[in-house]
Design a protein around this ligand. Structure first.
Ligand SMILES: [Zn+2]
Ligand SMILES: [Zn+2]
Length: 270
């Protein structure tokens, strides 16, 4: 009985300088990546009114610094367990010299964390064992998919039916091509183990099974090879040409390096 509870997803920070996302449902929360300082994460939780004791742990998508920089201090301060694939755990432990007891390997297809169920899935990125993940709370689904060079059918099936989605729109191919990066780095970003372009993100929104009133945060935007206007215009164009429309079929938000952006599952607003 009682009111349906909303699920909330907050991009605390998004971009190549640091990523951290908080997913809340009922009285528990999980952090997805912690690539910013423990101080900033603590401050964000206070601002959001999320008790630090409600945080079940940190789910890490992969070991690049912009996703893990805050982890040693967060472990020290709060003792939150860190969940990831075994290859990722190994890489983080090696990098920061952390004991095995701080980590839990995601070896099964799902994991219960507080009031949520987490379902990791493989992505394609130049890291040890990169993953995206979906989080289920009641009938609501939230998915985080960033840092992947492409989105294949298997990934799309995990994105399907996400009421809340954090989706990478890293670069504009023209801006990358004529931008300041060295040729090797350009190749890496655009390659199959790099990042998702605005066009590719738009195609995900077209191809996925979209629930009614879905919200998406376009995330991990490059500061050099992209900007909010270009993301908006490109996603608008890519989706509209397939009969899918911003504001009608989905609501679009933009992750920011230094400002929090929250999306709340629709029809269940508090
Ligand atoms: Zn990465
Ligand atoms: Zn990244």
């Amino acid at each position: 009985m009682g009111e349906a509870q909303p699920m909330k997803v907050t991009a605390i920070a998004s971009g190549s300088k640091g990523n951290a996302t908080l997913i809340q449902y009922k009285n528990s929360a999980v952090l997805v990546d912690a690539g910013i300082s423990a101080r900033r994460i603590t401050k964000a939780c206070k601002e959001l009114g999320v008790p630090l004791t409600s945080i079940q742990g940190i789910l890490v998508t992969h070991e690049h610094t912009d996703h893990i920089a805050g982890i040693p201090q967060l472990i020290k301060q709060y003792g939150w367990p860190v969940y990831s694939r075994l290859g990722t755990i190994q890489a983080i432990r090696y990098k920061y010299n952390l004991p095995e007891s701080c980590f839990v390997g995601l070896t099964k297809s799902t994991l219960s964390l507080g009031s949520m169920v987490v379902e990791p899935f493989k992505t394609s990125h130049d890291a040890a064992e990169p993953m995206g993940l979906s989080c289920y709370g009641g009938s609501t689904k939230a998915t985080v998919l960033t840092d992947t060079g492409y989105v294949d059918d298997a990934m799309l099936r995990h994105v399907d039916d996400s009421n809340l989605l954090v989706l990478e729109a890293n670069y504009d191919p023209q801006m990358l091509k004529y931008g300041p990066y060295a040729p090797m780095l350009k190749q890496r970003v655009a390659g199959p183990e790099g990042h998702l372009s605005n066009e590719e993100a738009g195609r995900v929104l077209v191809m996925m099974k979209r629930p009614k009133h879905m919200s998406v945060i376009m995330a991990h935007r490059s500061e050099n090879n992209n900007d909010v206007r270009v993301v908006t215009d490109t996603v608008d164009k890519e989706t509209a040409q397939e009969g899918v429309y911003v504001d009608k079929d989905f609501t679009m938000y933009h992750g920011q390096p230094k400002e929090m952006v929250t999306i709340i599952s629709e029809g269940e607003k508090v």
